[in-house]
Design a protein around this ligand. Sequence first.
Ligand code: DCP
Ligand code: MG
Length: 386
Amino acid sequence: MPPLPRSIAHLDMDAFFASVELLRYPHLRGQPVVVGGRRALATTAGQAFPCLHDYVGRGVITTATYEARALGVHSGMGLMKAGQLAPDALLLPADFEAYRHYSRLFKATVREIAPHLEDRGIDEIYLDLTALNPDGTPDGARRIARQLQHAVLEATGLSCSVGVAPNKLLAKLCSDLDKPAGITVVTAADLPARIWPLPARRINGIGPKAAARLETLGIASIGELAAADPAWLQEHFGERYGIWLHRAAHGDDERPVVTESEPKSVSRETTFERDLHPRTDKADLSEHFTRLCEQLAADLARKGYLGKTIGLKLRFDNFHTVTRDQTLATPTGDAATIRRAAGECARRVPLDRRIRLLGVRVSGLVRPGDVPPHATHTPTQAELFA
Ligand code: DCP
Ligand code: MG
């Protein structure tokens, strides 16, 4: 017997940053509001919030309420350009601390109902609901999706949209079909009627460039892509991406929902047998330091990461602890590069006491091979700040 189809959900918060701001300023509900820019603008006398038309600078919109989107503004648009389309929209500065708080809160809430959860960034997650919906019925999926939405709303005051499908690719596509506060459930049988009419760019992994190239080849919809000869696609898009396009258009995606959380950093530290003095034990310290960086580089290699930010931790004999860090231009896994950066951090610490503990940390982790075959992903501001 073939295995039963999986029941995979993608849950994505609605206008996330803006919705968090509206929790703070509920009287702004129903108005066009955009989030962006670095600092609060000065407001005109008598006016509580600045308007987009007051904005001068190079900031971009991180997100906009649905009322603002109706005026044509969207994430990534320059604030000044947006100001021409929606001059009266209110502009709020981004508060990443608050967004991270609500991000953790909604994920913890969902995890209580559906523990098989993959964290995909600040406002989206995948869930494997197969065990919760053993019959795999669309009604069962819809019931769980409603339960999730309700729980998230109760816990955070925020709304989200949910797509449920046999795999991640389709679930992600579906969560976007009925925003905000939508639930969209599709099965494999729904593919021709509900998925194929959609534009090819709705598939996560077909970016603007690939979509434009498909258009010039006469392919606009997912259905047209599904009907294209895979060999012909490979000719035009390369072997790997060509076959990926073919499979994606047929709703074919076997990727599992990966629950284990990715580490934020990898670190090593050592407490010396006797406290070492930066001057009189310099050689000894330097040797420990180098070995630590080599071990850390080996850890990174074993776990399959590179990292961009190198941090140093020193604890002195009086237990006072200091940390310093430095961010490199490109991610590294190289012991000597880590050693050099951590050494530079050390030069920013007054070294006048004996050292008890030395630690080195690499954060800002990326997987060297983690770029999907089909797309190079430009991180959103949210991801950069997550
Ligand atoms: N974000 C950003 N820069 C972008 C896109 C998004 O900083 N270019 C941030 C702000 C969003 C959050 O990431 O609130 C989540 O991104 P989404 O694409 O899910 O957009 P929203 O949640 O804002 O809206 P939607 O209701 O369409 O999901
Ligand atoms: Mg969202």
